[in-house]
Design a protein around this ligand. Structure first.
Ligand SMILES: Nc1nc2c(ncn2[C@@H]2O[C@H](COP(=O)(O)OP(=O)(O)OP(=O)(O)O)[C@@H](O)[C@H]2O)c(=O)[nH]1
Ligand SMILES: [Mg+2]
Length: 332
């Protein structure tokens, strides 16, 4: 089951291309996204202070945040003053470059260190952010790469959470370790780690609850799970992956700050970028926290999930959905 050979270069390139196309069309679904139709909105206009002000408002409305917006605008204003931006196309290209500059330092893919067996990934985030789905998608991806995976049902707060994870485990052929609802999450993850070790699994993905009696209870519990893991394997967890829902906008940023302070986040997965008007939060998070953004989610299916690529993301953002159809013709 796990012996599948890693994909060859061509297949991988094709898959990336497919994901990029979907990213473009999904990111720009609806008419409220950051730069939707920027080209037609600005077409034929002077590149002047007025147009930059409108762009500024758009960025702020899309939850890009004050800091990142100011960075972008400062750069553009300089270039306008130097008369470097003659037309809308030049402005959009400059905007794309400015976005890449902010995102690039955060586009650091998750590398599974093969010498850690299992490589332990603790998945955290508030309820409904997409933790369990992200684990399922990631398990599938890892299995496709020929890695053996074990899932730990560390969200014992809701019985349905355990079943939901089990479905994903079955779909991806991953091992599955759970106890009854209400069990101690630390104990579940402890068991799962022992089991993953004894079967020589490559990766352990541990789900956690998103809601407890209070936010401080949640943080305390996560700290405890982390301590338990470290008792078995001092180098673990090798990744604390924070799952954030892009629809949450500025709230996602506050969550990131809070989780990072409490348990130390090493990577972010940003979900639900399909059809949100607040996806600019990627820029706010990158600018403010500088944490690696490992993955993005653009839908509910396993294939709606990919590594975060700063250039592809910025291009999808500013070029709009039309390009997704394959044509590069400007809109009428
Ligand atoms: N459109 C869209 N929906 C998503 C995405 N990721 C997750 N979802 C959906 O969001 C909902 C919540 O996802 P879960 O994975 O259950 O979230 P969770 O963080 O595990 O939630 P709790 O277990 O309650 O803490 C589900 O209906 C998912 O299908 C995404 O990238 N796009
Ligand atoms: Mg869940």
């Amino acid at each position: 089951m796990f012996g599948r050979k890693p994909k060859d270069g061509a297949a991988e390139a094709e898959e990336r291309q497919g994901f990029f196309k979907r990213l473009r069309s999904r990111l720009n679904r609806g008419n409220s996204w950051l730069t939707y139709d920027l080209a037609s909105l600005f077409r034929g206009r002077q590149i002047d202070a007025q147009i930059l002000e409108e762009l500024e408002t758009r960025l702020l409305t899309a939850d890009v945040g004050v800091e990142a917006t100011e960075d972008i605008l400062a750069g553009l204003r300089k270039r306008v003053a130097r008369k470097e931006l003659a037309d809308v196309e030049a402005l959009i290209n400059a905007l794309r470059d400015a976005i890449v500059e902010i995102l690039e330092p955060c586009a650091r893919p998750l590398e599974i260190d093969g010498s850690r067996k299992p490589f332990v990934i603790l998945v955290v985030g508030v309820n409904g952010s997409g933790k369990t789905t992200t684990i399922g998608k990631l398990a599938r991806r890892l299995a496709d790469d020929g890695r053996s995976v074990v899932l730990a049902a560390g969200d014992t707060f809701r019985a349905a959470a355990i079943e939901q994870l089990q479905v994903w485990a079955e779909r991806s052929g991953a091992g599955f370790i759970a106890q009854r609802a209400g069990a101690d999450p630390g104990a579940v993850v402890f068991d799962a780690l022992q089991s993953a070790r004894s079967r020589g699994a490559d990766v352990l993905l541990a789900d956690t609850a998103g809601r407890l009696h209070s936010q401080s209870h949640l943080m305390e519990e996560l700290k405890k799970v982390k301590r338990v893991v470290q008792r078995v394997e001092p180098s673990a967890p090798h990744e604390v992956l924070l799952v954030l829902d892009a629809n949450q906008g500025q709230n996602a940023l506050s969550q990131a700050i809070q989780f990072h302070e409490a348990i130390g986040v090493t990577g972010i997965a940003l979900t639900k970028l399909d059809g949100t008007a607040k996806g600019g939060i990627v820029l706010a998070i990158a600018r403010r926290l500088g944490l690696p953004i490992r993955f993005i989610g653009i839908g509910e299916q396993p294939q709606d999930f990919g590594e975060f690529d700063a250039r592809a993301f910025a291009a999808a953002l500013v070029e709009g959905p039309r390009e997704a159809a394959g044509g590069s013709e400007p809109a009428p």
